[in-house]
Design a protein around this ligand. Structure first.
Ligand SMILES: [Fe+2]
Length: 492
């Protein structure tokens, strides 16, 4: 595929080194002050000042596998600071779609900001006035609907021939997959405009998705065709107003983890409304996909989780899935605030756990003890049982996020991993199958790191069955793009 040229190539920042070479505008001065706090891991939470025109990446190791072709699309905030006021939480940056394209053994990188009402308003005000998950709205903010607050900055999925950039509290934003231009917010039905649509829908084998939209203890269950057409929407009442980031499903049930981080005090800023109430324990709400009014609730000791894998269900109704848990929501409440100031408080490390919910009897949460976040599987297993879980791993005690890639083999109970070392910060990686392969996890792991020493983003490909051997190919970009959250590989 080819990407059309994007504007303002010169103004792209690549950390302090690039800043020094650019004419100093107030925007750049603000970013420079932030970058000057320190180099190293802080570039993961820095600012990108403009879109990135398509650029060839430099092969720095190995050779691209034959048969691997397509684009890794990723999303995540990449602009946080403006002269008149900054985003104060990592979740409140302007969404940036990154496109890492592999073709003919070569890698290309392009990136383009999502043209949201928030980005327009904040740019015009020269301050982050629109607020967000943890950032207060500023003077002059015009918030007519949740879409005016959306950074569209969490994940990206495919619907039809388009990308949808997903946030949590408002509409998806449709994106042209070639130019990365923003088409606009998606209204699934006129009377449902601006409704919440979470960032982690679950996929049926035919490409249909199930998703949640949530306001406090009220929610809707979205069902959307692979084309992007609305199939159904069903309101439900939640047993409690938990913060929900992800959920899972089997072939028969939707499975919604309700942690004891609950919306209590009304506030314009969700983070201020949420209170950690561990005495409530963690609940799991199980809904029948064939009759969403049929439900059961199981109770567990208190834990927090952002992410889980797809779930499987045995014929006798035992549900199993992996989940990355921490004892508390400290990352969201504290770490994601502190990193924007350039400091890192020690934070509980998420661990990979297996959650088993029998049809009758007590559910079991069993930790592997393996540090893990951003869990992914071979999507072809669908709602069947999976053997392998891919995840980021290996935290350093003195900095946020991860430095390694892990693969957990649930059959042998073994953990394989590759450690990039202290110079790299590892982002979410995804699996894509080798063309023609049918066995689970026969294919490649693909994803970026930030090379902190070089001040550059890199792209890596692993043989999925031999992750501990390290990348089979690595490319380096001409700049550093701040760390992203979630992505998907669109095969050519
Ligand atoms: Fe997420």
């Amino acid at each position: 595929m080819t990407l059309s040229p994007l504007p303002d190539r010169r103004r792209v920042l690549a950390g302090a080194a690039a800043l020094a070479a650019l004419p100093l505008t107030p925007e750049l001065a603000s970013a420079a002050a932030a970058a000057a706090v320190a180099a190293d891991w802080r570039i993961a939470f820095g600012d990108l000042e403009a879109d990135v025109a398509p650029q060839a990446m430099t092969l720095v190791h190995g050779k691209a596998p034959a048969g691997l072709a397509g684009t890794l699309y990723r999303n995540g905030g990449a602009k946080f600071r403006r002269p008149g006021g900054d985003a104060t939480h990592w979740f409140d940056g302007d969404g940036l779609i990154r496109a890492f394209t592999l073709a003919d053994g070569k890698a290309t990188l392009a990136a383009r900001f999502i043209d949201t009402p928030k980005r327009r308003a904040d740019t015009a005000a020269r301050a982050v006035i629109s607020g967000g998950f943890g950032t207060l709205p500023g003077p002059g903010a015009h918030i007519g609907s949740p879409d005016d607050v959306s950074g569209a900055n969490i994940s990206v999925i495919r619907r039809g021939d388009r990308l949808w950039a997903l946030w949590e509290a408002g509409s998806p934003f449709a994106i042209d997959r070639t130019s990365l231009a923003t088409i606009g917010p998606v209204t699934l039905r006129e009377d449902l405009a601006h409704m919440p649509f979470l960032a982690h829908p679950r996929f049926e084998p035919d490409g249909r998705i199930w998703n949640l939209g949530q306001v406090g203890d009220r929610a809707v269950i979205w069902q959307v065709e692979a084309s992007g057409t609305l199939q159904a929407v069903t309101p439900i009442q939640l047993p409690r107003a938990s913060y929900i980031h992800d959920f899972t499903m089997t072939d028969r049930h939707l499975v919604i983890v309700l942690q004891p981080w609950v919306y209590e005090t009304p506030s314009l800023v969700p983070l201020q409304s949420l209170k950690w109430r561990p005495a409530l324990g963690t609940q799991v709400l199980i809904l029948d996909k064939a009759d969403l009014s049929a439900r059961r609730i199981v109770e567990l000791p208190s834990f927090f989780a952002f992410h889980m894998t797809g779930a499987s269900e045995t014929p006798d109704g035992e549900i199993r899935f992996d989940i990355c848990t921490t004892p508390t929501p400290d990352f969201a409440t504290r770490t994601a605030v502190e990193v924007m100031k350039g400091t890192y408080p020690p934070t509980p490390v998420p661990e990979l756990a297996l959650l088993t919910i029998p049809r009758a009897g007590s559910p079991r949460l069993e930790s592997t003890g393996v540090a893990a976040e951003f869990p992914r599987t071979d999507n072809r297993v669908g709602t069947g049982p999976h053997r392998y879980t891919l995840h980021a791993t290996g935290q350093s005690p003195d900095r946020p996020l991860f430095r390694g890639v892990g693969v957990h083999d649930w059959k042998t109970q073994t953990a394989a991993a590759f450690d990039f070392g202290p110079d790299h910060l590892v982002e979410e990686m995804v699996f894509t199958p080798r063309p023609g392969a049918t066995e689970e996890f026969d294919g490649w792991i693909i994803g970026p790191t930030l090379n902190l020493r070089a001040g550059r983003s890199e792209l890596h490909v692993f043989d999925a069955r031999r992750v501990a051997d390290g990348p089979v190919a690595s490319w380096q970009a001409g700049l550093a793009i701040p760390a992203g959250l979630h992505g998907m590989f669109w095969r050519a």
